[in-house]
Design a protein around this ligand. Structure first.
Ligand code: 2HG
Ligand code: ZN
Length: 455
């Protein structure tokens, strides 16, 4: 019946397509969409929503499907709305440094477009080659340069979105200043497709940075990661400050056949990136860290190829551990709390789940830790996921105790939905439910994500 409102060539219902577009990178959820539609214009998205209201369909927006919280999983006969065919860059204005993209523009395509204008789109992460701008906005994607450039939210100057009533909202129109009340743009950013289907984004671009240098240092004590951060921060403008444990390094090296960065293994590694012109200041900071015993060794890129190779050690981790179907956590606490929090979690897992391997890495410069618990071979995916769910409340209790977040950058989706109260108060959740009701009174937009369905 969808063919009444959209060309048949824009609809897929074969089993293979349903399996592909019915999920993102998240494992462990049922995948059962009834169809996938590929709109090409804002008006077609409006038509799909009106049709869904009439026919009682529910819609799951789908971008590059790189999400890790089940935000783009269609579990129960929903129609997936894929933005793959809304992949055009529509406009660019040099004075405003603004580029207007359809939601399906791939992150890397935008980055390359910006570079061709001698400008820079600074939000970056390992999945830039397949993630789409609409999904980035819907999850307020973070990534590896947040410490210097902020999150996706900071670069969205306007957007168009279709609400659950079929209204096409045009929010903020690229304005720098606009003091006319509630900024609905910011409500839609990070709303995970529950308030509206984002169709277009006006993205602000930055000046191109100078060439970057990458340094990887070995840090024996987790506590000292913060000392290293402080020491560099006081002398160098950092573009990235990432960390990974030796276990994470072993996995990514084995997976990609990469050489060790340092002569000897160290418990933790920090990866720092900064403007090449700050190399002298960075060397001074490194010497100070060495003298204090905070770092024991380090390596510095001498070329872009070496910088890229060092980045692989960090950016390749997630992919390298995927075969272990890890139980994923994406946590944040205030930066000063990171070492104590990490020690709390390590202690808890070692005492309660001694046969589980814990793989730590993440954006420690933002207080964002990726905690991946690897599935032991003797457990099936289902058994392991059940154990993960049973473990989550204990870990989230530790997060709550420090006022942290149970989802720093991946979003709540299906995976964290039932734990939202560990990071949000009853009053906040009630307001979110009220907003959901206003934007999506028929409960058709990404049901069951972020908030329980039907609330
Ligand atoms: C990263 O920082 C991504 O590499 C993925 O956010 C993290 O796989 C993960 O847990
Ligand atoms: Zn991350």
């Amino acid at each position: 019946m969808l063919a009444d409102i959209i060309d048949r060539r824009q609809i897929k219902t074969d089993a293979e397509s349903l399996a592909i577009w019915g999920k993102d990178w998240t494992n462990g959820f049922n995948v059962a969409p009834s169809a996938v539609v590929f709109p090409e214009t804002n008006q077609q998205v409006v038509d799909i929503v009106h049709y869904a209201i009439k026919a009682g369909l529910r819609l799951v927006p789908s971008g590059g499907r790189t999400g890790l919280s089940g935000g783009a999983v269609a579990e129960r006969g929903e129609v997936v709305v894929s933005f793959d065919r809304m992949n055009q860059i529509l406009d660019f204005n040099a004075e405003d440094r603004l580029v207007t993209c359809q939601a399906g523009v791939i992150t890397q395509v935008l980055q390359e477009f910006a570079a061709a204008q001698q400008l820079f789109y600074p939000v970056d992460f390992a999945s830039a080659g397949s993630s789409q701008m609409g999904g980035n906005v819907a999850t307020n994607a973070g990534g590896i340069k947040v410490i210097r450039y902020g999150l996706t939210r900071d670069w969205v100057a306007g957007l168009r979105a279709v609400t659950g009533t079929g209204a096409l909202l045009d929010c903020n129109n690229g304005l720098v200043k606009n003091a006319t009340g509630y900024d609905l743009r910011h409500l839609l950013i990070g709303s995970e497709g529950t308030l509206g289907l984002i169709t277009e984004v006006d993205v602000r671009l930055a000046a191109q940075p100078e060439p970057q240098t990458v340094m990887v240092v070995g840090v024996p004590q987790v506590l000292d990661l913060l000392n290293v951060l402080n020491c560099f921060n006081s002398q160098v403008t950092l573009s990235a400050f990432e960390f990974f444990s030796d276990l994470a390094l072993q996995k990514v090296r084995a997976h990609r056949d990469l050489p060790a960065p340092l002569a000897d293994a160290v418990a933790y590694y920090a990866l720092l990136e900064f403007d090449a012109s700050a190399m002298d200041a960075a060397s001074t900071a490194f010497e100070q860290c060495l003298n204090q015993g905070w770092v024991v060794d380090g390596v510095v890129s001498q070329s872009q190829a070496q910088a890229d190779a060092l980045w692989q050690l960090r950016e390749g981790i997630s992919e390298s551990i995927a075969p272990y179907t890890p139980y994923k956590n994406d946590l944040s606490v205030c930066i000063h709390d990171v070492p104590d929090f990490l020690a709390d979690v390590d202690r808890f897992v070692a005492e309660s789940y001694p046969d589980f391997e814990v793989c730590w890495y993440g954006h420690i410069g933002d207080g964002n830790l990726h905690l991946n618990i690897l599935r032991p071979e003797h457990l099936s995916v289902e058994e392991f996921m059940a154990k993960g769910h049973a473990m989550s409340p204990k870990i989230f209790e530790l997060v709550r105790a420090r006022g942290g977040s149970i989802s720093a950058e991946h979003g709540v989706g299906l995976l964290k939905r039932d734990f939202l109260n560990y990071s949000r108060s009853e009053q906040e959740i009630a307001l979110m439910q009220g907003l959901k009701q206003l934007f999506d009174p028929h409960q058709i937009l990404n049901p069951g994500k972020l908030l329980a369905a039907g609330v």
